[in-house]
Design a protein. Structure first.
Length: 596
């Protein structure tokens, strides 16, 4: 009985058929009929036959010849006839390039349609709010993490209480302010306070910058405002915090404050409308921060919108010490660290500056291979932040170094002798920033008013460096350029703004300021006085500076010997403390017991 089989490629038999003897196809047919072969393999147009002894022969057949046409389908014949079907494999290889091309085209079409779908999706979501949302569990900031703003925290406590217990106020007919505007110089902690309110109240916190509302497409800003307030109402009670609101809240109309931008004005109009549209039961409070309240639109500040304004001043000495304590919590420090002395050395700095000082101190300690911060690390950090990094690579000539030493000591001696001047702290001829040397005067406490005598002493101290140069070297350099600018500014302010001029000027303010001094903005001044008054102001400035310069020269001349002694020491040590200065100048011995 004949056996037929259709198999896949039998590659393991290739070695067996490699040495097969080639014979005519008729011989294989005779051997099949005679039963001489154990099996016959048909592979495409090739025919292989294996005898009972294992010998193999091969031949070729016509492509159109089938098994039946060859007579190899005898059911009585026990020879196994196998047909190896390689047409499928050849067909696959033939169509593979076309298949790959088709798949590539199909992938391109799918990618194109997905891109269109994404574009449509982005177009539909372009007007959605970009506010970052932090739920009640994510906002970990509390009032204890905010130091140095006690008055501001007191104003915000009732906002927190309203968010926690709104019925207590609503039942009495009270309305909590819908908008709270935080005003303060950069780095005073406005954003931190807003997060603390959200953390204390345990409500979601929507945070967005004013610039994120406005885009190049018309109507997008207003759409984002609507979406933001809609999300806020769904998550009420909650807080919306808009940082740098002056980006969209400037005065409308285009008159001098960057107005006239239709898209920005539409965004502002939408904010005004949404704040008016708040219902009493929504429990949504809008908080905003700015350091330019003078440019905000009046409609934004009226009652019913941002009707509560909280001013955040720069911290005083006690507040600075508390802020430093907060920033030193996660830092290892020795017991000798004196935060009070650091607070005294950082008059006028904000919370962000103090955080930077604590971080710089940690960096100094790490660079020096210490395991904990020392007081010296903090002192060096204060000097780096306030005065700039030391430029040891700046090499001065011996003459320049000597001029710098006498210049700085001229400041020190004159300032030390002026009774209303701030106390001397340190003298250095190591370059910092753009200065070749530094004479550092530090007030013992925060001062909120300044007398005329203090102004005059400050001008005298500023001119002490130039006076020393002229007396010692009989020449002057450009080193006093900044001192002259500052002295001139003080004298002009005395004459124009403080009513401290002579009788010709009287108690009159000259020049109209445009700006807010408490935010650190240098205001522009509009001239509103005559040429005659301008001449009087110039004369007062010149005469005051001349008088104080003569006073400074007299002080330097009187103490010329001490100046030479101090200069010799400063040229060797490059840095001199107050104690070292007093030991030479005033004959005060340092206390060995204190290690000073």
């Amino acid at each position: 009985m004949a056996v037929y089989s259709i198999t896949g490629p039998a590659r393991e038999e290739d070695q067996q058929f490699a040495d097969a003897k080639e014979v005519p196809i008729s011989e294989i047919t005779r051997g099949y009929t005679a039963g001489d072969f154990e099996r016959v393999l048909i592979r495409d147009n090739k025919v292989f036959a294996v005898t009972h002894s294992g010998a193999a022969v091969q031949s070729y057949k016509e492509a159109r010849d089938s098994v039946s046409q060859l007579g190899w389908n005898d059911p009585q014949n026990k020879t196994v006839v196998e047909v190896e079907n390689r047409e499928a494999e050849n067909l696959f290889l033939a169509v593979l390039p076309d298949l790959l091309f088709f798949l590539l085209v199909l992938s391109g079409i799918i990618w194109l349609f997905r891109g269109i779908a994404r574009s449509q999706s982005n177009a539909l979501s372009f007007g959605k709010s970009r506010a970052r949302v932090a739920d009640a569990k994510q906002v970990a900031t509390r009032f204890k993490d905010v130091a140095g703003a006690e008055e501001a925290k007191e104003d915000l406590v009732e906002v927190v209480d309203f968010l926690k217990n709104p019925k207590k106020y609503i039942n009495l007919g009270a309305k909590i302010p819908k908008g709270v505007l935080l005003v303060g110089a950069p780095g005073t902690g406005k954003t931190l306070l807003a997060r603390a309110v959200a953390g204390e109240a345990g409500v979601p916190f929507f945070s967005i910058a004013g610039s994120e509302f406005v885009e190049m497409f018309v109507g997008v800003g207003a759409s984002r405002v609507r979406d933001l307030f809609m999300k806020a109402k769904r998550n009420a009670p909650c807080i919306i915090f808009i940082d740098e609101i002056d980006a969209v809240g400037r005065q409308r109309g285009g008159a001098g404050f960057g107005g006239g931008h239709d898209e920005r004005e539409q965004t502002l109009n939408q904010i005004l409308t949404e704040m008016d549209g708040f219902e009493q039961g929504t429990n949504v409070i809008v908080m905003a921060a700015t350091n330019r309240p003078d440019v905000l639109d009046q409609a934004l500040l009226r009652p019913g919108r941002f009707d509560r304004r909280i001013f955040i001043d720069k911290p005083d000495i006690e507040a600075r010490e508390k802020i430093l304590e907060v920033h030193m919590r996660n830092k290892k420090s020795t017991k000798t660290v004196d935060l009070e002395s650091v607070a005294k050395q950082t008059v006028g700095l904000t919370g962000a500056d103090l955080e930077n000082i604590a971080n710089e101190a940690a960096i100094f300690a790490a660079k020096r291979g210490r395991k904990s911060l020392t007081n010296q690390d903090l002192i060096d950090a204060v000097e780096k932040v306030t005065l700039g990094s030391e430029k040891k690579s700046r090499k001065l000539t011996e003459k320049e170094k000597k001029i710098t030493a006498y210049h700085e000591l001229g400041h020190a001696i004159v300032g030390y002798l002026c009774p209303e001047s701030d106390p001397l702290h340190k003298i250095s001829i190591v370059s910092r920033g753009s200065a070749l040397g530094v004479t550092w005067f530090l007030p013992q406490e925060d001062q909120y008013t300044t007398s005329k005598a203090k102004f005059l002493d400050e001008v005298c101290g500023l001119l002490g460096g130039r006076a020393a140069e002229e007396i010692i070297f009989n020449e002057i350099t450009t080193g006093a350029s900044n001192d002259i600018e500052r002295a001139s500014l003080i004298c002009r302010n005395m004459a124009m703004h403080y009513g401290m001029g002579d009788d010709d000027l009287g108690i009159v303010a000259y020049g109209e300021k445009q700006g807010t001094m408490f935010l650190g903005v240098d205001p522009a001044v509009t001239r509103n006085y005559s040429e005659q008054m301008a001449q009087h102001i110039d004369e007062f400035t010149r005469e005051t500076i001349a008088a104080q310069y003569k006073r400074a020269k007299d002080l330097v001349t009187k103490h010329r010997r001490k100046l030479d002694e101090l200069a010799a020491i400063l040229l060797k040590k490059e840095t001199m403390s107050l104690e070292e200065f007093e030991e030479v100048f005033a004959g005060k011995k340092r206390n060995a017991k204190d290690g000073k």
